[in-house]
Design a protein around this ligand. Sequence first.
Ligand SMILES: Cc1ncc(COP(=O)(O)O)c(C=O)c1O
Length: 306
Amino acid sequence: MEQNYGRFLTSTITKIPGSIHTEIKNLVVNDTPLIHNLSFGIPNPETFPLHKATVTLKDGSKFDISPKEMTETLQYNKINGYPPLVKHLKHLIQHLHNPPKWSDREVMVTNGSLEGLGRVFEIILDNGDFVIIPEHCYQGVFVTTKHIQPNYITVKSDHDGLIVECLQDAILNCRSKGGSPKALYINPCGCNPTGTVLSESRKGLIYELACKYDFLILEDDPYSYLDYSEEPTVSFLQLDTEGRVIRLESFSKTVSAGLRLGFIIAPKPLVYVMGNITSTTTIHTSMLPQVKRATALKLTYGIEID
Ligand SMILES: Cc1ncc(COP(=O)(O)O)c(C=O)c1O
């Protein structure tokens, strides 16, 4: 994908360097035996108190977290997520969406899609930047951008979701005043709070507008897995030939909200920048939900990936 993503990033974000935790991650995961840098504070796995675990599902079936997996659970790990889980998620996304130019994209595990959303806004929105949202919009958008105070451009919807003509008018109106929207935030399936499902033809037209007027599409789509239509709907990710779509995924509506587990699929340069922020804050999503999810996915799909 020939995008220069620099124009979408905030003025300060490019100044955040990769952190010490990137080094920690490499040391732990690559298990470099000759280097023992005590300043990283990597705990000795022999001191970990937990050995293994068995999780019992409500239907009586069980899966184990082996001693090896338990050691991984209790240690620092990769910023983008527990590698076996990331592999599973990539497999899933490729299978479900088959996105164009797949090798130019990366997956990053998050503490749910709200955290993912906050991370995306953090790297792209400066104070006063323009972001397009549906007239009735998921309140998480306002929560995660409160400290940034962007300019929201609201667009009307009907039963088929966002009205394309209104979107175009809103963009032209913004441009006539010297502005330019950086991104469109949208829930294509089961929009929160209106419940609308964006029709496939509108998705294509909206994607064309994104290409024409050069903005990103933030596809926050936690309810698509609850859509039981016979024909699977096309996602923006599936249409994304130009590397403009950031897709936010969540396990909150399908497995558990309390596990706090989701993930982002985005062009590699953007995941790299988001990873730098993660490395200076949480380092990575908590390992127990990640290992549990990876183990459960391994059982569900029967794929041995690690
Ligand atoms: C549209 C939308 N996005 C994101 C979220 C937050 O999901 P998570 O629990 O993964 O942070 C919700 C939760 O209600 C939602 O409705």
